[in-house]
Design a binder for this molecule. Structure first.
Ligand SMILES: Cc1ncc(COP(=O)(O)O)c(C=O)c1O
Length: 406
């Protein structure tokens, strides 16, 4: 007898789309096992920037701590929450008590919890267009309708955002949340200006919305500019802050956090407990050691110096070899977005780049909320070694010229 397993699936599965990027990512992994690939695909720190030997030494202390092999409270190791509260003051200029902090399995779990607890199916969430693909996919799983708002060089178009909110509300839609990655946005690399940050907070206040501020790239800013978090400018308590140590300390640690008003924190804690018990305790204790010994700043400054050089190399190569293409010029984060000529499909472009020229890149279409962006590609500059960046861009240029001359 052949069982039709689809009969056993819940209705929620109708909202589950598999990530379109997965296929290209697994092709990249396969190709990398066969030959050397210049990869501009990942969204991760360079493992050679991370002091792994030091982590190994710290791990001795971690595992000497009896707590390392047991569950921690679901909201995280107490001292780590204390350190995160101090960190929020130092890096985000946000006063907090540990009651506001929940340690999560990366920013990813924080985002999942927000959707799970705050979005009813059919409710609208406003985001930048494009926005982080996993938030889009995850929140759609919880039934959210994602409405993207154009992003400009200095961040989301707040005037368009306001118009859209007004129209949605007038047409009876429920809109509660704005999701934004204001600094070093994924995938665009754009950082929101202070004026737009203020305007966004005004809009949230005027239309009674909450803002989810995803600070995944907040600690990788390459220019001497002051970038204030939305949370630090939030006088009404309208910002939920999602933090992550992934992009500085390593994505594999899986440590992030939520900074929430106490009432919400209570609900989130209750919802989180039965799902994961706690974030991995050895990772929590390792991050605790790093924060206590003041090593975060050391690791971060090295990362910034290195990624800034890599960013400059990539931008220079793009400007030299593909001078006519529109692209972003990030002051933070890990990514540059490039608009290929409209008639070039970024999926086949990425496949050919990998197969013919062994260069990996990500088609950006899945990051767009409205099916646009078919000719847009995302390049990562934090991961590739410095000495291959120009070569990778040259190879992409050769492919581009082939496509243009066809
Ligand atoms: C904007 C953004 N938010 C959140 C995450 C999730 O990262 P993590 O779960 O490792 O903290 C990522 C990872 O790429 C990201 O780009």
């Amino acid at each position: 007898m052949v069982i039709d397993y689809t009969r056993f699936l819940s209705g929620r599965v109708n909202y589950v789309e598999s990530s379109p990027i997965r296929e290209i990512v697994s092709k990249i992994a396969k190709k990398s096992r066969e030959v050397g690939v210049i990869s501009f695909a990942a969204g991760e720190p360079d493992p050679d920037v991370i002091p792994r030997k030091l982590y190994a030494e710290l791990s001795r202390d971690v595992y000497e701590d009896k707590r390392s092999v047991n569950y921690s409270p679901t909201e995280g190791v107490f001292e780590l929450r204390e350190e995160i509260a101090v960190f929020m003051k130092k890096y985000e200029d946000v006063e907090s008590s540990i009651e506001n902090i929940i340690v999560t399995l990366g920013g990813s779990q924080a985002l999942d919890l927000i959707a799970r607890l705050m979005i009813n199916p059919g409710e609208v969430v406003l985001t930048e267009n494009p926005s982080y693909v996993n938030t889009i996919l995850n929140w759609r799983q919880w039934g959210a309708i994602i409405v993207g708002v154009k992003i400009e060089e200095d961040g989301i178009d707040t005037y368009e955002l306001e118009n859209i909110v007004r129209n949605l509300k007038n047409s009876g839609k429920v809109v509660k949340l704005i999701y934004t990655i204001p600094t070093g946005q994924n995938p665009s690399g754009v950082t929101m200006s202070i004026e737009k940050r203020k305007h966004l907070l005004e809009i949230a206040s005027k239309y009674d919305l909450l803002i989810v501020e995803d600070g995944a790239y907040n600690y990788l800013v390459y220019e001497p500019v002051v970038v204030k978090s939305l949370k630090s400018m939030d006088s009404e308590g309208r910002v939920i802050f999602v933090g992550s140590f992934s992009k500085v300390l390593g994505t594999g640690l899986r440590i992030g956090w939520l900074h929430l008003p106490e009432l919400l924190a209570e609900k989130f804690r209750a919802a989180k407990g039965p799902t994961d018990m706690c974030a991995p305790v050895p990772s929590q204790l390792l991050v605790l050691q790093i924060l206590r010994r003041g090593l975060f700043e050391e690791i971060r400054s090295k990362a910034i110096a290195k990624y800034k050089r890599k960013r400059d190399l990539m931008l220079k190569a793009i400007e030299n070899h593909m001078p006519n293409l529109r692209h972003t010029k990030p002051i933070a984060g890990m990514f540059i977005l490039i608009w290929l000529p409209e008639y070039i499909n970024s999926w086949s472009f990425a496949e050919e780049a990998l197969e013919k020229y062994t260069v990996a890149l990500i088609p950006a279409e899945p990051f767009f909320t409205d099916g646009s962006g078919k000719n847009v590609i995302r390049l990562n500059f934090s991961m590739p070694p410095e000495d291959v960046i120009e070569e990778g861009i040259k190879r992409i240029t050769i492919l581009l010229k082939e496509k243009i001359s066809k």
